[in-house]
Write a protein that binds this ligand. Structure first.
Ligand SMILES: [Zn+2]
Length: 217
C-alpha cells in the first residue's frame, strides 16, 4: 500500500495565526522563546506582526519543514513571517533549525519600544548634565514635540516587500529623537526651556483655533 500523497496546499495567514494562538503551549513545548510567543500572542489581523523580527506589515505563510522535504500542508507546519525573515529562514527536513533561527533573531514589539525609550533617555541625560530640574523640563518639551518629529521621520521611511523592517522603524525613531534633541541649546537653563514650552503651547493653541475666531489685528 502506498503512502497517501502529501499535496501542496496554500494555508492562509489567518488559519496559521488562529492555530498557533490556540496552541501556545505547543509552541512553548517546541522550544520557541518568550519573544516569539509574545509576537504570536500580540499578532492580529490589522497589526500583522512578523513572528521573528516583530516588524509590522505583510505576512507570508512560511513552512517550518519545507514541502519538498516532507513538510505537511497543515497550519501546524507554518509560521507567519515578513518577507525578509522568510527568505533568510532555513530549509531543512527537521523543525529544529527553523526554531533555532527564529529564536536567534526574535525581537518582540515591546523590545523595540524599550530600545526607543532607552535611546531617548540616554540622549536627554547627556543633554541635561544630571541637572534634575532641566531633565524634567526637557522631558516635557521632548514629549510634546516627538509626535511631530515621528510623523516627519516616517514619511522618510520605506517598505520592503510591503513590510517595514525593525531597523527601518528604529532609524525613523532615532531620527525623530535626534531632531527634537538637536533643536535645543545644551547651555539653556531649565527656566529657558520652560519659557520655550509656554511659547509652544501658545502657538499650538493658535493653530488649533478656527481661523475665524482669531482676533482682528
Ligand atoms: Zn521579520
Amino acid at each position: 500500500m502506498s503512502k497517501p500523497a502529501n499535496k501542496r496546499k496554500h494555508i492562509p495567514a489567518g488559519k496559521v495565526r488562529s492555530y498557533w494562538q490556540e496552541h501556545i503551549s505547543e509552541a512553548i513545548a517546541l522550544g520557541f522563546n518568550g519573544r516569539v510567543i509574545e509576537n504570536i500572542e500580540d499578532d492580529y489581523d490589522e497589526l500583522r506582526l512578523c513572528w521573528c523580527c516583530g516588524s509590522q506589515g505583510y505576512q507570508e505563510s512560511a513552512h517550518i519543514i519545507p514541502h519538498s522535504l516532507g513538510g505537511q500542508s497543515t497550519p501546524s507546519n507554518f509560521f507567519l513571517l515578513c518577507h525578509e525573515c522568510h527568505v533568510r529562514s532555513p530549509d531543512f527536513a527537521i523543525a529544529k533549525p527553523f526554531i533555532d533561527y527564529i529564536n536567534e533573531y526574535a525581537v518582540s514589539c515591546t523590545d523595540l519600544i524599550v530600545e526607543v525609550v532607552t535611546y531617548g533617555k540616554r540622549k536627554l541625560e547627556a543633554l541635561s548634565f544630571e541637572d534634575e530640574k532641566k531633565m524634567y523640563a526637557l522631558a516635557e518639551v521632548f514629549e510634546s514635540r516627538l509626535m511631530e518629529a515621528c510623523t516627519e521621520a516616517f514619511k522618510m521611511a520605506g517598505y520592503h516587500a510591503a513590510s517595514q523592517s525593525r531597523s527601518t522603524k528604529m532609524a525613523a525613531f532615532r531620527y525623530a529623537i535626534d531632531k527634537v534633541i538637536d533643536e535645543f541649546d545644551p547651555s539653556s537653563s531649565a527656566e529657558d526651556i520652560e519659557c520655550q514650552l509656554e511659547e509652544d503651547d501658545k502657538s499650538a493653541a493658535i493653530s488649533r483655533a478656527p481661523s475665524n475666531s482669531l482676533p482682528a489685528r
